[in-house]
Write a protein that binds this ligand. Structure first.
Ligand SMILES: Nc1ncnc2c1ncn2[C@@H]1O[C@H](COP(=O)(O)OP(=O)(O)OP(=O)(O)O)[C@@H](O)[C@H]1O
Ligand SMILES: [Mg+2]
Length: 212
């Protein structure tokens, strides 16, 4: 069966796209951003293409490309688009597939449907990206509780930022989950520095089994 992994996060701007680029490159995977809102400048797919070193055909086209830079439910309304969950079926790829949501778990896609609902429908193992700064224990444990309440497999937490050993240890112990690594903030971020940092700090073994 094709390995599929959903990269989600405790919040928007946490570093999911950068992490997804590192993971897609390391696994030699394809990448899919099902819903992109905001098309000015570099999209998440463009960023992954630039930072992963993957060829263009590995970046699958987004299912919904919304012009308005807002939560997908609102961006879709403003754009006059109806997001249909049946149109968000997982694509089939020859190798592994990394899927990136938008923002955090409970970001709405419509007034009735959140990303978490889609993740529950897909039942693909999740990686939860979390920052290391103050406030992360609360956000991360709440996100883990939401994932568990829906019986979605969780591979573990990937931290992003400077080391905060107590927060990291507390989250994995109280959340009864796995520490998948910590990607430091890179002062110079490009495909080469990301590949090296990912290899040094993220244990790929954590992405090979099923998640609990
Ligand atoms: N490890 C890192 N080192 C340096 N900069 C980073 C790192 N991770 C993320 N960033 C920067 O932080 C910003 C937000 O990161 P990113 O776009 O990956 O977040 P996101 O969680 O995907 O956001 P969104 O919810 O909008 O999809 C970007 O400018 C990115 O370049
Ligand atoms: Mg992103």
């Amino acid at each position: 069966m094709t390995r599929r992994i959903v990269v989600t996060g405790t919040d928007t701007g946490i570093g999911k796209t950068v992490f997804s680029a590192g993971l897609s490159g390391a696994l030699d995977a394809s990448y899919w951003k099902p819903v992109q809102s905001g098309l000015d400048g570099e999209t998440d797919s463009d960023t992954v293409r630039r930072l992963s070193g993957l060829t263009a055909e590995r970046i699958l086209p987004e299912r919904y490309r919304l012009v308005t830079p807002a939560s997908p439910h609102l961006a879709a309304e403003i754009d006059g688009v109806a997001i249909d969950p049946d149109q968000l079926a997982l694509p089939t790829t020859p190798g592994p597939l990394v899927i990136e949501g938008a923002g955090g778990l409970m970001v709405p896609l419509t007034r009735e449907l959140t990303f978490l609902d889609m993740f529950a429908r897909w039942r693909v193992p999740l990686v939860l990206c979390a920052r290391t700064t103050l406030g992360t224990i609360n956000h991360t444990l709440l996100s883990i509780a939401a994932i568990r309440a829906r019986d979605i497999p969780l591979l573990g937490v990937a931290f992003i930022g400077d080391e905060n050993s107590d927060s990291e240890r507390t989250i994995v112990a109280m959340g009864r989950t796995r520490h998948l690594g910590r990607l430091p903030r890179l002062t110079h971020l490009d495909a080469g520095t990301l590949r090296a940092a990912f290899a040094a700090h993220v244990d790929l073994a954590g992405f090979r089994d099923g998640g609990a």
